[in-house]
Design a binder for this molecule. Sequence first.
Ligand code: DAH
Length: 356
Amino acid sequence: MTDILEKEILAGIAAAADEAALEAVRVAALGKKGTISDLLKSLGAMSPEEKKVNGPAFNGLRDRVQKAIVAKKSELEAAALNARLASERVDITLPVRPEPAGSVHPVSQVFDEVVAIFADLGFAVAEGPDVEYDDYNFTKLNIPPDHPARQMHDTFYVAKQADGSQHVLRTHTSPVQVRTMLNQKPPIRIISPGRTYRVDSDATHSPMFHQYEGLVIDEVTHLGHLKWVLEEFYKAFFEVDKVELRARPSYFPFTEPSLEWDIRCDRSGGQIKFGTGNDWLEVAGSGMVNPRVLENCGIDSSKYQGYAFGGGIDRLAMLKYGIPDIRSFFESDLRWLKAYGFAALDIPTLDGGLSR
Ligand code: DAH
């Protein structure tokens, strides 16, 4: 009789597909009201002779069933673990996260490069608004309303304010000099990259473009300092061991004397190389800050003097990264951005490399 029961139970154990099914078999056999438990209970009512035979038989049955359940249980656990391992498998050869689709615009990259280099030379970053007072863009920079130098800039004028004041889209970053001198006491060492605007558009001019402006005001400054700073800047920016600069006399109302700088380069190979060759390329305007500008901005020109310089950021980007047309910077062509853009985590630093 117990033979059939044992077969049935063992078959149930063998067929259990998971731990829940196995548990059901166990309860049916060994639970409080289980078949084997009932058999064991029935021993109490038996005669000593019957007990002698059935006792060991029932207990043996219980032990074998228990053993079979334990064995099946560990088998099911192992199978469940293996299934989980298989389903949660990680392919470590896959990229950790998708490649970023966006890129840093070359103008933004050059902004960061310029700032990194001048920060290393002890310059702080200063900023000003795109919509600027006519007074800061021109008048305080020694370009009063009827001054002929106003014609040097094709200006976007903004409608006059109710109080009669005139705003312009700043035609250069030089008004940041004014803002800085009005708000800070010397010594001053600032670099100011930013957007600028002029009524002009062709392959080398865009109505919106970018400049950087440098200003140093201290008790003792001279053109030698200016030249050294520019040399250090161009060397670092173009990532070459040496550069050669050539100064030409020029005119800017806000500097006296005024100089324009050319950099020695080689254009013979179709590509432009800096530091060698027999060609010259104009790179920056500069000069000693006109004492009238210092006085306009509340700085004692008998105690302080300074130098200033400025140039085009888009132009620097075109030269360094071989981009032929300035208008392509602002067309938002995805293919162009992919070709000329920079990886978002390639933040330019002097020790880590500017462009890579
Ligand atoms: N602001 C000038 C321009 O827009 C560039 C410039 C020339 C800036 C001489 C300067 C400077 O600071 O000293 O063309």
